[in-house]
Design a binder for this molecule. Sequence first.
Ligand code: IPE
Ligand code: IPE
Ligand code: MG
Length: 251
Amino acid sequence: MTAPTGGAPTPEAGPRHVALIMDGNGRWAQARGLPRAMGHREGVQALKRTVQAAPDFGIECLTVFGFSTENWRRPAEEVSDLMGLVRSYVASDLNRLEKNGVRVRVLGRRTGLPADIAAIIERAERSTAHNTRFLLQVAFNYGGRADIVDAAQAYVDRLLAGQASGPLDEASLGLGLSTEGGPPVDLIVRTSGEQRLSNFLLWEAAYAELVYQNVLWPDYGHEALADAVRQYQQRDRRFGAIAVEPALATG
Ligand code: IPE
Ligand code: IPE
Ligand code: MG
């Protein structure tokens, strides 16, 4: 991909689907002598800003990591704060998302979630199901390994029910992933300076570009997203092939 260096990224060359590991809420709060919960609350504001900014760059889909299957290891109070944010985010933003043509889809396991959170998730998905302008996928109680295991189990179930046959292939396994039907992931961004996936989108990351940014998630917004898009545009995605040289003019 050829890209302009500096200047505003051009929507044409930009990623369609950006996945965000929203990290650094705790450190943002700690740096200000505030409780971690305040960092999470500011993180929700950053999410709202980023969803609003995304279409400016030609992005059609954002997938954000809200809560991992491993985040249950945090103190009960912090887990409960994070659940509370789902309640307030949906209560305060669902109408606007719905009106703005955003379809909300939640990735991850529903089992193990408080019943009211599962109901809120279903309401958000149902009330935005008709929207097609933008897709917001929220990974919540999500783990990449769990998602692959669930997809394999779904295949076994189809096999036993006589609805599948033959050896397992990538397309059949993909049918059971929670991202099924969505656009391929072009770019995975992690904020806060950590450089790892932490069990996010393991399958889907296969040929995604990775960008690590030193900004803490509560400070994220239009400018940081522009920088990530610009970095993406400077990458050369080969998918295992070799770069194609422009054909030489003959004759
Ligand atoms: C990301 O911020 C939000 C979630 C994991 C829910 P953290 O809470 O991980 O913040 P740090 O990494 O401790 O700074
Ligand atoms: C990943 O961040 C999960 C989310 C952003 C929701 P963590 O902060 O939980 O990851 P580790 O523990 O630093 O790997
Ligand atoms: Mg973290």
